[in-house]
Structure formats: C-alpha cells, structure tokens
Design a binder for this molecule. Structure first.
Ligand SMILES: Nc1ncnc2c1ncn2[C@@H]1O[C@H](COP(=O)(O)OP(=O)(O)OP(=O)(O)O)[C@@H](O)[C@H]1O
Ligand SMILES: CC(C)(CO)[C@@H](O)C(=O)[O-]
Ligand code: BAL
Length: 328
C-alpha cells in the first residue's frame, strides 16, 4: 500500500527503514518515471524505502510557459508509483513548499545553467535547483535518481551536490523510449498525431548521429589496422611531399570528427523543418556531459548530443550519449 503524504510534517513523521531513495517528478507519471522508481527499489532492496515526490514547481517555469496546462494526474500517479515499488508519494501544495511565498534566497546554477536549456529558459535551472535542494532537505534520502533525458539538469544536480556538500548519492538512469524512438515525456501528451510524427525527428536525428559515429570509428579502426595512411604518408615523405605526408598522418591520428557526427543529425532536423507541422529547432549541440561545454574537433571521450525543438505548441528535448574514444 503506497502512502500519500501531503505535508512536510507528515513526511518527517514517516518511519525510516533501511536506505532511502527518492525519485523527484512533476507528476503525470509514465514508464520513464516507473523505470526510475524500479531502479530505486532495486538499489535499496526490499528492506529500504522509496519515496516519490510529485510537485509542479512554479519557480522553474518562465512567463508564457506551460505551468497552468501542465498535466496533473495525482490519483493515477500514486497508483503507478506504487506498482513500480514506491512506499510513499510526497505531493505537497505550492504553499507547503514555499510557505513564505517565492523564496528570496535561491540556488544559482552558474555558467553551466546559462547554456542550451538555460539560454532558452532563463531562470529555469535556478528554480529547478532551488526546489531540488528543498526536496533533498525534506526527504533526506541516501540516494536520489534522475533521468538522463534531462541531461543538463542531471549534470547541474550532480554539480550542486558536489559544490554544496549535499550528503546524497546522485544516480543517473538511461532514457526510456517508445518502440519508435520517441523519448517518453509528460509533455508528449500535448502532441496531436501529426505533431508526434514530426517529433520523431528528434530521436531519428540522434540515432543518425550515433550511426555516423559508429561508421567513423570503423573507418578509423580499419585505417589503423591496415596502416594504409601511414604507409601512404611514408611513401609521400620519401618523395619529398612533406605537407601531403603530414596530412595523411593527421587523417590516421585524428578520431571521429564532432562536426561530421553533428551534421548527420542536422540533416534529419533540416528535413523535419519542411514537414507539416514543421519542426522548429531550438538547438542541436554536442557537449561534454559534465560541463556542457561544446565538444570541438579533436574532442575525445564521452559526449552528449542534445537537441531541443518545438512542434506546434509543444517544446521537447532529447539527447544521446556518444563515445568519441579514449582521451589522448
Ligand atoms: N523517458 C525518460 N526516461 C528516463 N527518465 C525520464 C524520462 N522522462 C523523464 N524522466 C525523468 O523523470 C524525472 C522527472 O521528470 P519530469 O516529471 O519532468 O518528467 P518528464 O517526462 O521529463 O516531463 P516533461 O515532459 O515535463 O519534461 C526526471 O529525473 C526526468 O529526467
Ligand atoms: C527535478 C524536478 C522534479 C524538479 O522540479 C523536475 O525538474 C523534473 O521533473 O525533472
Ligand atoms: N523535465 C524537466 C523539468 C521541466 O521541463 O521543467
């Protein structure tokens, strides 16, 4: 039986058992959320405790965004959270979370919070981190789980926990997708069937980039295995073509190019911009997942290709991890 808790006092009175994991959500729960809850349950075991929070945080919505129309489905959320293994759902009111009205003192996300999502949604990450900090204090978990679908949010929460010494383990959970690739999101409920068809271009673009990267890795591996370009470089250098030799060496030494991989995604998005309804691209960026700095040519290691776009009145985000190979 899943307990529904509405106040901070009730939550504080909740008896603890074993390790406590928290999954924070804005409700309208779907299979992505259920996966976070199941992962939380597996992490703490049957003797541990899983708390799901459901709170649509006004502080992280900008003027003109969808705060008022955001879906609110608490009964179904309690049901789904319970089936996935939650012991309690904490669903406070706005007054309960912000008893003194809008908080004067807030968490500031810093430069990482001003890029990509932060540039499109000014103040969003300050509002998000402020409520996450409050919910961490209120729920006092041993671990907190967040989806990689919101990759920049996850990176900022990790950074906040580290920079401000929050005594909690932050766990990232891979993105759950529909069979056709669309990342699950509460905002998918806004999509008409035609919107949804266009929206599939987000994941298609990310998969095209992943496939391009796989092909690039194979090309470079083949070149290295056959020493084709070094052999050619040697031959060229013997006949005195020093510049051509240097170029040939460079081709073999360089890893896959971020620009080439990014372009594979861009061409899918360009096509979708001509669809009906059209996809309006906000950003497509290849970034370092820890800092959200742009991954330029020569980048090695783990990257994230992140995309945000509007289809009709719905704004969607998605991303995919891409490994550019071991850093030199
Ligand atoms: N498809 C998904 N796979 C894995 N985790 C997800 C997925 N969708 C959401 N989450 C995670 O669930 C948590 C709560 O997210 P939230 O309630 O905002 O859901 P959402 O579907 O992302 O909603 P929205 O459409 O408003 O962005 C976050 O940590 C988020 O990253
Ligand atoms: C982490 C969060 C619950 C804070 O409101 C929200 O940003 C979300 O659902 O991803
Ligand atoms: N899913 C991230 C929270 C937001 O869009 O406001």
């Amino acid at each position: 039986m899943t307990l529904l808790v509405r106040t901070a006092a009730e939550l504080a009175a909740l008896e603890r058992s074993g390790r406590r994991a928290v999954v924070m959500t804005m409700g309208a729960l779907h299979e992505g959320h259920a996966t976070l809850v199941r992962t939380a349950r597996e992490s703490v075991g049957p003797g541990g405790q899983v708390v799901v929070t459901v709170f649509v945080n006004p502080l992280q919505f900008g003027a003109g965004e969808d705060l008022d129309r955001y879906p609110r489905t608490l009964d179904a959320d309690v049901e789904l959270a319970g089936q996935a293994g939650a012991d309690a759902v904490f669903a406070p009111s706005v007054d309960e979370v912000y008893p003194g009205g809008e908080p004067q003192v807030r968490i500031t996300a810093g430069p990482m919070g001003e890029r990509l999502e932060g540039a499109s949604r000014p103040g969003h990450f300050d509002g998000m981190l402020t409520v996450v900090a409050k919910l961490l204090h209120l729920t006092a978990p041993d671990l907190a789980l967040f989806g990689q679908k919101d990759a920049q949010q996850l990176a900022l929460i990790r950074r906040m926990a580290r920079d401000l010494n929050f005594p909690v383990e932050i766990v990232g959970v891979p993105t759950v997708r529909e069979a056709d690739g669309l990342a699950l999101s509460s905002r998918n409920r806004y999509l008409s069937p035609a919107d949804r068809t266009t929206a599939l271009a987000l994941s298609r673009a990310l998969f095209a980039a992943r496939d391009r990267l796989t092909a690039e890795h194979a090309l470079h591996a083949r070149a290295a295995a056959t020493h084709a370009s070094s052999g050619r470089a040697l031959a060229l250098s013997r006949i005195g073509e020093a510049r051509a030799a240097a170029d040939a060496y460079a081709v073999e030494a360089a890893g896959p190019s971020p620009a080439v991989v990014r372009a594979a995604a861009q061409s899918v998005l360009d096509e979708a911009a001509k669809a009906q309804p059209p996809l309006a691209l906000d950003y497509l960026a290849l970034v370092d997942p820890a800092t959200f700095d742009e991954a330029r040519d020569g980048f090695a290691g783990e990257a994230v290709l992140a995309v945000a776009a509007r289809v009709g009145t719905t704004r969607l985000i998605d991303n995919i991890p891409l490994n550019f190979g071991a850093p030199a």
